[in-house]
Design a protein around this ligand. Structure first.
Ligand SMILES: NC(=O)c1ccc[n+]([C@@H]2O[C@H](COP(=O)([O-])OP(=O)(O)OC[C@H]3O[C@@H](n4cnc5c(N)ncnc54)[C@H](O)[C@@H]3O)[C@@H](O)[C@H]2O)c1
Length: 263
């Protein structure tokens, strides 16, 4: 029996990347999944590939009316929501000297306000049954800072704070809220990140991807399945007493630093 047998899940930003992989794993584990994204064609194609256990619904996480329409569609198709994965996010790579308030506001809207109104949208379903799991996607940048992506890092620290507060408030209704914090880097995982970076380089900016030190894991980067496995655990009843915590999926990146090594 699958670990999400009989559960109804919404995964935002699931047309590609980590969200797409989480949706795939959820279906493999018996869930009925709504793939929610602004990328209609890609989302439809992914849902079609996953079969009867999935359908696509257009969702801009910034728009309350989209959340209302999404809930209506999920109820009509599968029933009340058991799991929400707040995965959709955007990144903007630029130095603080060039901060553009409009871009920052939009980033906070997607990365922070989106998960908040998403949580509000699904909590009645979960509270009615006294159970539910909300998994938010943080980052190593929710635990540390990162140069050239200060607003992104701030949005992820904000989401971490929201996760803890929501865990305390909604835990009383049987709803668990947790944060998964990946470190990315691979082309497979970081399509959005690379697109933003490449656009800025093509626009003439002197910017390069220094990358992060993955020496701890023998130089390997995270794969989408590495992240999806932890999202699955937190979504499932196996994580029945996990609430309000961060789960690092960073190969040890935030564990500290290495000064010495043996052959
Ligand atoms: N990939 C990494 O290296 C990495 C590292 C740390 C954390 N994360 C986090 O993991 C999550 C997934 O990252 P990813 O690499 O798969 O990103 P991605 O850019 O490949 O995918 C994000 C998805 O969100 C969607 N999206 C963007 N704006 C939206 C909106 N307004 N409404 C609905 N959907 C919207 C995009 O269309 C896309 O399908 C994000 O929260 C990201 O911050 C990623």
């Amino acid at each position: 029996m699958g670990r999400l047998e009989g559960k109804v899940a919404i995964v935002t930003g699931a047309a590609r990347g980590t969200g797409a992989e989480a949706a795939r794993l959820f279906v493999e584990e018996g869930a009925q999944v709504c793939i929610a994204d602004i990328l209609d064609e890609r989302g439809e194609a992914h849902a079609a590939e996953l079969g009867a256990g999935a359908f696509f619904q257009h969702l801009d996480v910034r728009r309350e009316e989209d959340w209302a329409a999404l809930l209506e569609a999920v109820h009509a198709r599968f029933g009340p929501v058991d799991v929400l994965v707040n995965n959709a996010a955007i990144l903007d790579v630029r130095p603080i000297a060039e901060l553009d308030p409009e871009t920052v506001r939009n980033l906070l809207d997607v990365n922070l306000v989106g998960p908040m109104i998403g949580t509000r949208a699904v909590m009645a379903d979960m509270a009615a049954r006294g159970a539910g799991s909300i998994v938010n996607l943080g980052s190593i940048d929710a635990m540390e800072g990162m140069g050239w992506v200060a607003p992104y890092s701030a949005s992820k620290w904000g989401l971490r704070g929201f996760t803890k507060s929501a865990a305390l408030e909604l835990g009383q209704k049987g709803i668990r809220v947790n944060l998964v914090c990946p470190a990315g880097g691979s082309a497979e995982l970081s399509e959005g990140f690379r697109k933003n970076l490449m656009e800025r380089i093509e626009a003439g900016e002197k910017l390069s991807l220094k990358g992060i030190d993955h020496a701890v894991m023998g130089g390997r980067h995270a794969k989408p399945r590495d992240i999806a496995n932890v999202i699955l655990f937190l979504a499932s009843d196996d994580a029945g007493f996990c609430n309000g915590a961060e789960y690092m999926v960073d190969g040890g990146h935030t564990a500290g630093h290495i000064w010495f090594a043996t052959e």
